[in-house]
Design a protein. Structure first.
Length: 159
């Protein structure tokens, strides 16, 4: 496995992985995949956007995005991690998260937030193992796949 910055030619694989989760789960509150322009914009924020490559194939990705758009939040990022279904359970998420934390800190972030829908056990377990603590819970804030969905907020200081 190799963790490296995303390249433009990775974006179709990134989009395919994400679309699976958008269409079939509540892990993201998007209900459809994102187009190439949206992925190019996410990759161009100046914050870390990484891929996990296995055997020359993009098997997962993670990126840090702004937590909120208001200026006082500029030192806080939100992590997003997605692993292709055929590559889950192999440590890719952990490797991506660890590298995201390092690179986010180097980019000036002080806090990292994870917004985890329905307290997904694998995501909660990963974040807690990497030092995140639950900071709050928002009830019934999303409606997807015919039901109301909660989100749990997990936080970790990076510096």
């Amino acid at each position: 496995m190799t963790i490296r910055p995303v390249r433009p030619d990775d974006l179709p694989s990134v989009a395919a992985i994400y679309e699976h989760y958008a269409l079939t789960t509540v892990i993201t509150f998007d209900e459809t995949g994102l187009d190439a322009e949206a992925w190019t914009a996410k990759a161009g924020t100046g914050l870390p956007f990484l891929v996990a490559e296995v055997g020359g194939v993009v098997a997962g990705f993670g990126y840090a995005g702004p937590y909120r758009p208001k200026p006082a939040y500029r030192h806080t990022v939100e992590d997003s991690l997605y692993i292709s279904p055929e590559h889950t359970g192999r440590g890719l998420g952990r490797a991506l998260l660890r590298e995201l934390m390092i690179r986010s800190r180097e980019a000036g972030a002080r806090q990292m937030i994870a917004v985890i829908a329905d307290a997904q056990p694998a995501s909660v377990g990963l974040h807690v193992a990497e030092g995140f603590t639950e900071a709050g819970r928002l009830r019934d804030v999303g409606f997807k796949l015919g039901r109301w969905v909660d989100t749990a907020l997990y936080q970790r200081t990076l510096s």
